[in-house]
Ligand binder design. Structure first.
Ligand code: FES
Length: 153
């Protein structure tokens, strides 16, 4: 089978899906090539990640990697969460197909973006899309990249 049982489990039953209304760290990243977008919400108290949720618009591996990444950082210090590597995410999922390794990179980047946002001390308050709870900030870039690609084809 292409995917491990763990990938299928996290894809079919993703953990920590949703948003945190009073999040104090939010990270959103995207891959313009595949069009997948990931958003991670952190609730940090006394340097500990008390709660974490995610919204991902993407493939099965993107959903599975976001799900397990949130499990791996919940209850951890910010420094421990910062050290979460895409390699550790892949290992925790019992592997990913080579073509899907970049999905795990997106999960690592989303966690780091949320930590950076927390450390920057920005107040949350972005306007979320009701349908997928992703902000539209990355969507125009991805739409442009797709239209460029279509024109080039
Ligand atoms: Fe790009 Fe999954 S195919 S993140």
């Amino acid at each position: 089978m292409l995917y491990s049982d763990k990938v299928m489990d996290h894809f079919m039953n993703p953990r920590n899906v949703g948003k945190i209304d009073d999040a104090n760290g939010i990270g959103e990243v995207g891959n313009a090539k595949c069009g997948d977008i990931m958003k991670v919400y952190l609730k940090v108290e006394d340097g500990i990640i008390e709660d974490v949720k995610f919204c991902t618009f993407g493939c099965a591996s993107a959903i599975a990697t976001s799900s397990i990444a949130t499990e791996m950082i919940k209850g951890k210090t910010l420094d421990e969460a910062w050290d979460l590597s895409n390699k550790a995410v892949v290992e925790a999922l019992d592997g990913l197909p080579t073509a899907k390794i970049h999905c795990s990179v997106l999960a690592e980047e989303a966690v780091k973006a949320a930590i950076e946002d927390y450390r920057a001390g920005k107040a949350p308050g972005e306007q979320d899309c009701d349908a997928c709870c992703l902000t539209p900030t990355l969507v125009p870039a991805i739409a442009t990249s797709w239209s460029d690609k279509l024109e080039a084809d």
